[in-house]
Design a protein around this ligand. Structure first.
Ligand code: SF4
Length: 95
């Protein structure tokens, strides 16, 4: 994950918001033939994010713009607990 974050920060790519496993999931043990074993939970979180960002699967956005949206519409207004309700890792994001 650190490697992915480095690439995002250094290369500032345009990202496509995908519905299923993406490049970040490439080496995850939960990725079974391109489908996450936690897909139901991940899908719910993804859809809550998209709603906050006024975006849809398939839309593209530059990394810095996505970070800005996440900060302005989820993190700053203290919506993280609601949007990421079912995520087992969410306590890490409150640190
Ligand atoms: S848990 Fe699922 S969504 Fe998260 S990185 Fe692994 S395969 Fe991707």
């Amino acid at each position: 994950m650190t490697e992915i974050i480095d690439i995002l920060e250094k290369e500032e790519p345009v990202l496509t918001l995908t519905e299923h496993c993406d490049i970040i999931c490439e080496n995850c043990p939960n990725n079974i033939n391109g489908i996450c074993i936690d897909n139901k939970k991940v899908d719910l979180i993804d859809k809550r994010c998209l709603e906050k960002y006024d975006m849809q699967f398939g839309d593209t956005i530059r990394w810095s713009e996505l970070k800005k949206l996440a900060f302005e519409r989820v993190i700053s207004p203290k919506q993280l607990a609601t949007v990421c309700l079912d995520c087992q890792w969410r306590t890490l994001c409150f640190i």
